[in-house]
Design a binder for this molecule. Structure first.
Ligand code: BG6
Length: 518
């Protein structure tokens, strides 16, 4: 490797995977879906790719009275179903041999004392460093108890007997449900772990294409000079899901809604990656300093009038998704039949910075839309009104750069081309880059990258305290306007399987624009 490569911070980031250190991973809420469907398959796939540090032990902490054997069997069953790379018996067996179950109530101090003893024993057996990674994936009602008990058991502090050892915590979403609850949780987290050891997970940041946004912008000389109000007309961020409230999700979702569940975190994170200024370096704080400025610069929709103009909330009625008849939101399992919770939300965001003044960022998210797809599209301005753009009939479409986050990860650029033939006719054509065909292998799952980063001590792809709080500040005001008595902003209805309510189309039509068809 040449010297220039080593001194380039981005190259170092590429090899940071080698920096992951062995540790004990303690998962709180180990009997849940996230552990079975995401976390263990992620650790398994890291093992398949030879990236999981040797000696990693996994302890599932939960209330149910399960045995090690029973726990492993359940994990294996799910891994066979969902693992990205299939299921290799040998690799599974060697991973499973390092998986144990730790039964305890989350409030029971004694359970944490036993945990501390168990971890010490593992360290002695391993004969190596006593690093610990605590992953809080329980129901949010237990977050405080878990953190406080970790502290009481001495599991969160630096240990004088173990020089250079670390204890880190990953906190799952939802990170609060309002600004006040997020601030409270931050107090508890930071009263337990140092900020540098705190990893607030947002799995969208671990998605391969989300990571590629910075590369696209800052490793290609052609885009950045145009990445501003002079050349960009507007930006759209769409996260469509075809699923509804399967698997008993209605109970949680009906309290959360689309704005809290997806916009406060995933979609504002994507928006900040698209809109941020170039960071001074690629350190975790370098990047997060710039992202938080974007969220802080969002114009606040803080009156019912502004919210009515710039935010549409919707709910799906019964309908048909991919040929299947599905119930309406209010008929879903565990959803209040009079629910006012939004299963769909569309926002017009304005970022009041020099770069983005006057450029709307339209963001939408919905359950039970026609398909599962997340993409960001950058809509460039039209050419000047001369030559091909001189007559109203001949207006060429503006260029659109599309970043497909999922599925079919890739980037495409729509541009105008002359149709072959003797007359001059133009048609938009697509230059397309697809991960699958260019790199010939599937991208790692977000949780693979994020778990490895936490083991390597790299918090770049995790949300910092101020980012989370600024995002809640923005979201809270919209909720307050929705809740304000007598000024109820109606819920817009639409049939399941369609692209959302008419009101969302109208919001863009008022600006002379339309949503991109996915
Ligand atoms: C979760 C939300 O954070 O993200 C879910 O709680 C949503 O409601 C999910 O379905 C989407 O994640 P992905 O990776 O499938 O797009």
């Amino acid at each position: 490797m040449g010297e220039t490569e080593v001194s380039n911070p981005f190259r170092e980031d590429l090899v940071s995977r080698n920096l992951a250190e062995t540790c004990s991973v303690v998962i709180f809420g180990a009997t849940g879906d996230l552990t079975h469907r995401k976390l263990i398959p992620a650790l398994y796939n890291l093992a398949v790719d030879g990236e999981l540090p040797a000696g990693v032990k996994i302890l599932g902490f939960a209330r149910r009275d399960w045995t090690d054997e029973g726990f492993r069997e359940g994990l294996e069953k799910l891994n066979r179903e969902v693992s990205r790379t299939g299921h290799d018996e040998e690799i599974w067996e060697s991973l499973a041999a390092n998986v144990q179950f730790h039964q305890s109530e989350f409030q029971d101090e004694e359970g944490y004392r036993r945990l501390a003893e168990r971890l010490d024993e593992i360290d002695r057996e391993r004969g190596g460093k006593g690093n610990r990674l605590f992953y809080i994936a329980s129901a949010p009602a237990f977050f405080d108890d878990i953190l406080l008990n970790l502290k009481k058991a001495g599991l969160s502090q630096e240990r004088p007997d173990c020089e250079g050892c670390w204890s880190r915590v990953i906190v799952e979403k939802p990170f609060g449900t309002t600004l006040a609850t997020a601030q409270h949780l931050n107090e508890v987290v930071n009263g337990t772990f140092q900020e540098k050891d705190t990893y607030r997970i947002d799995h969208y940041l671990g998605k391969e294409t989300a990571q590629n946004i910075m590369v696209l912008r800052f490793a290609n000389a052609i885009f950045e000079p145009m990445w501003n109000k002079e050349h960009i007309d507007h930006v759209q961020i769409t996260c469509a899901e075809h699923l509804g409230m399967e698997g008993g999700r209605g109970g949680y979702y009906d309290k959360a809604g689309a704005l809290r569940d997806m916009v406060q975190n995933h979609l504002l994170q994507l928006l900040s990656l698209v809109a941020m200024e170039p960071p001074t370096d690629l350190t975790a704080d370098g990047v997060r300093d710039e992202k938080v400025k974007v969220i802080r610069s969002l114009r606040q929709w803080d009156t019912p009038e502004l919210v009515a103009e710039n935010v549409v909330r919707g709910q799906y009625l019964k309908g048909n998704v991919n040929g299947e008849e599905v119930p309406g939101y209010r008929e879903e399992d565990r959803v209040d039949p009079d629910s006012e919770t939004e299963s769909y939300v569309a926002l017009r965001c304005m970022i009041d910075t020099w770069r983005w003044s006057g450029v709307p960022f339209y963001v939408r998210m919905g359950k039970r839309l026609p398909k599962k797809a997340t993409e960001i599209s950058i809509h460039f301005k039209e050419t000047p009104s001369v030559l091909f753009n001189a007559t109203p009939g001949g207006v060429p479409a503006g260029n659109v750069l599309v970043i497909r986050i999922q599925p079919d990860e890739g980037i495409s650029l729509m541009m105008n081309s002359k149709l072959p033939g003797t007359t001059l006719r133009m048609e938009p054509v697509k230059m397309d880059f697809r991960y699958a065909s260019s790199f010939g292998k599937s991208s790692p799952e977000a949780y693979e990258r994020l778990l490895l980063d936490a083991m390597a001590g790299d918090a770049t792809l995790f949300a910092r305290r101020d980012e989370v709080e600024e995002a809640w500040r923005f979201i809270d005001k919209i909720h307050h306007a929705w809740a304000e008595e007598g000024k109820g902003i109606p819920i817009a209805e639409f049939p399941a399987g369609s692209w959302g309510p008419r009101e969302a189309e109208e919001m863009l039509a008022r600006d002379g624009r339309t949503w991109r068809r996915l």
